[in-house]
Ligand binder design. Structure first.
Ligand code: AMP
Ligand code: FES
Ligand code: ZN
Ligand code: ZN
Length: 308
């Protein structure tokens, strides 16, 4: 297999882009693809300080690597969720720390058990499944917003790739989740001065491209999946989408870009302006909330102290 650009040995075949690339041209291609995505969606500029949320996995560490190489000002954030099964959280943290040390890049670490008293599995003690992931998502969002606000970052960047986005899109479309479809986008604007803007610079890269990038760049990442995500529905949707992609290369990208275009054109009326939200300030942590006087995060910990 020959590189389309230089005729050297190709390390990856990307039929969806009609490209086969050698390691050097592939690295170059990934950087320019991400740079184009950042510009296309006006994610941030060279003067902005970006907080990169890193899980220790291939996507977020590749993202951090790419942003550093593109010359952006970045700092990392790793949230240790206290998942002790197979030492998942501590092992993941070691990968994030090793990357930061090797790149001489600042990394902020928040240990949920040490900071708040309990890890995610104890907090969501109902066991595996949906509850664990939704509690985990809520805790991660809260901490990301807190650190971004305290540090005055312009945006939080996450490692969501095209496969992640398209799996969520399929799930939301199958259930016609209008509200979720409306909010799914490469950039989630800040809705309150204390809630950070969120960006997904890898949203045009296939998962196998981010994995290949980590390999050719020699990035060490945690290969274990979160022990609670094994049964996640999105994995099933990803498998179905992989079948479609094999039959017809480019399907995932077309589905995603077609959706964004349709939204822009006002199809499904998903682009109507959001209703004005009424914000309260959480009496415990000070973050804005649309519910009562305690935010969802603080309510979670209160419930833990006083179970029904
Ligand atoms: P996930 O929700 O696990 O699919 O992860 C999506 C993105 O969220 C990752 O690419 C990271 O950018 C971020 N993320 C996930 N887990 C963590 C974590 N423990 N600490 C910081 N960021 C995370
Ligand atoms: Fe949060 Fe798995 S990473 S439940
Ligand atoms: Zn080449
Ligand atoms: Zn709160």
């Amino acid at each position: 297999m020959k590189c389309t650009k230089c005729g050297g040995v190709a390390v990856i075949n990307m039929p969806q882009h009609r490209l086969k690339l050698c390691a050097e041209h592939f690295k170059e291609w990934v950087l320019s693809m991400v740079q184009r995505t950042i510009k296309r969606y006006r994610m941030f500029g060279p003067k902005d300080r970006i907080l990169v949320a890193v899980s220790g996995g291939k996507d977020s560490l590749s993202l951090w690597d790419i942003l550093i190489r593109l010359g952006y000002q970045t700092e990392g954030l790793y949230i240790n969720l206290g998942i002790t099964h197979e030492n998942y959280s501590d092992v993941s943290q070691e990968y994030a720390e090793a990357f930061a040390a090797a790149h001489d890049a600042p990394l902020h670490i928040v240990n949920v058990r040490e900071t708040y008293g309990q890890g995610i599995p104890d907090l969501a003690h109902t066991g595996r499944g949906k509850r664990m992931c939704s509690v985990c998502g809520l805790v991660k969002r809260h901490i990301m917003n807190r650190i971004a606000y305290e540090g005055g970052y312009a945006a939080i960047a996450t490692g969501h790739n095209l496969d992640d986005e398209v799996a969520v899109l399929l799930q939301n479309t199958l259930h016609w989740q209008g509200g979720y479809l409306k909010r799914q986008a490469p950039v989630l604007p800040s809705t309150h001065p204390r809630l950070a803007r969120k960006v997904k610079p890898l949203c045009h890269l296939y998962e196998r491209e981010t994995a290949a990038y980590a390999l050719v760049q020699g990035i060490a990442f945690v290969e274990q999946e979160c022990p609670y995500s094994v049964n996640a529905k999105t994995i099933f949707y990803k498998q179905i989408l992989n079948q479609l992609e094999r039959r017809s290369p480019g399907t995932k990208m077309q589905f995603y870009l077609g959706f964004l275009r349709a939204k822009e054109e006002g199809l499904f009326c998903l682009d109507e302006p959001e209703k004005e939200l009424t914000w309260n300030t959480c009496r415990k942590c000070g973050q804005p909330t649309t519910a009562g006087d305690l935010c969802a995060f603080c309510r979670l910990w209160e419930k833990q102290k006083h179970p029904a």
